[in-house]
Design a protein around this ligand. Sequence first.
Ligand code: ZN
Length: 273
Amino acid sequence: MPELPEVESLRRSMLDRVVGARIREVHVARPDVVVDELDRPIRDLVVGSLRRHGKLLAIVESGEARTICVHLGMSGRLTIVGNNSPAERHEHVRFSLEAPDGTRIDLAFVDPRRFGGISLHPTWSRAIEQRIAAMGPDALSIDPEALADRLAGRDRPIKSALLDQGLVAGLGNIYVDEVLHLAGVRPSRRCRRVSRATLLEVARLVPVVLEGAIGAGGSTLRDYRDASGRPGSAQTLHRVYGRSGCPCLGCGTTLRSRAIGGRSSCFCPSCQH
Ligand SMILES: [Zn+2]
């Protein structure tokens, strides 16, 4: 499932070709993946910026007007394809764009499992209201003190707290397991039983781990590709995620996995307390 580093890698891979381009046409093959609150069509929208909050990507019109929010869900992808190229299987929406130099490209939204979706908003501030306001601060830019404050005292496993998009937006199973291993904290440990110094260390490691993964183009476990169709290589950096039964890279102890809040969590029984 794409997490913050994958969405950020996707955003960066689209910047050059999408910002400044004008949407000429939109073809919706599956209307149920689109929530539309626009009173005028999306055609002729000139892309002013690509923004991200947590795992949500926003294509924002110049002047912060009409905004297209894209959520990739479990298996969603946005891919730059040739103008009028044939649709691949599970392609639900296609945007045709014209660059300032007249070049035409298409942007395809493909989502086999259909947990993702697209929403259209009349303004950027309306998109914030509708899609972003209920989320916590973005995991890449939140100040470590502020994140430690948000975790402190909670009577729930630290893993579940970090996965809660209302508390901090963008983290998922992969990077939470990685952060907790580096910080030496068991995923099942309740926040209120973790010292302030350790909570701060967890909070400090969040952007470090995310930046590392963004630098590697995100993790490709199954479906993730950037807008040019390139997979990421951050999966080669994982120290615990997907390595249950393998030796801990820190101490050699066999890594274990356990379900916490319904999510499988991998940890080292010796390094993580
Ligand atoms: Zn270990």
